[in-house]
Design a protein around this ligand. Sequence first.
Ligand code: SAH
Ligand code: MG
Length: 202
Amino acid sequence: MKELKENILAMEEYAKENNIPIIEKDSIVQIMKYIKDKDNHVESILEIGSAIGYSAILMASCNANVQVTTIERDEARYMECLKNVKKCGMEKRINVVYQDALELNLSEELKYDLIFIDAAKGQYIKFFEKYKNFLKPGGVIITDNLKFHGYVGESSKLDKGNLKSLVEKIESYIEFLQNNPEFDTQFLEVGDGLSVSRWKNS
Ligand code: SAH
Ligand code: MG
């Protein structure tokens, strides 16, 4: 088995060559810091949007007790993710689910310390509303790509089209988080923009 580092570098290269939007370095470093902080008690993680497994593997690598369930709806990416999880010897720690996260029915008994939303940007509110029910008290929901390459906050300057409507949806999600009475959200200016929403019920 190759070193984790080597596998990670190979995944970064693969993502670049194949236009797979893996998380930016600064952002995953921030998330890993959160997981490694013993005060946060992170042992179970749910990820929406695995792509090739890059962020799932790095999150699992933080601590031998961490278990990750990650959901991916694209078959080719799901297969690549499985391959990478295996290469890293993490089959027992990472459960990859091949399904659309909005259609999946997880057992209601499953609860997670951290939920990472990193899938279709236009559906963030739907993911949040569905999966907040799977959060442990005191747990957090982290979301990636809230800046969306700098477009967020600038939607009024964009011409009508898919990009504008996507950016508007991310702007609505930010507003939704800011006004959500159940969660305290911090917005971090790292990478492509992260939010950390802590459930107040703890
Ligand atoms: N978290 C990964 C990157 C994910 S890219 C990393 O940083 O390494 C976003 C992924 O979400 C894509 O592979 C896309 O196929 C997947 N996706 C988008 N909408 C989804 C949905 N509704 N259910 C499951 N996966 C979804
Ligand atoms: Mg992302």
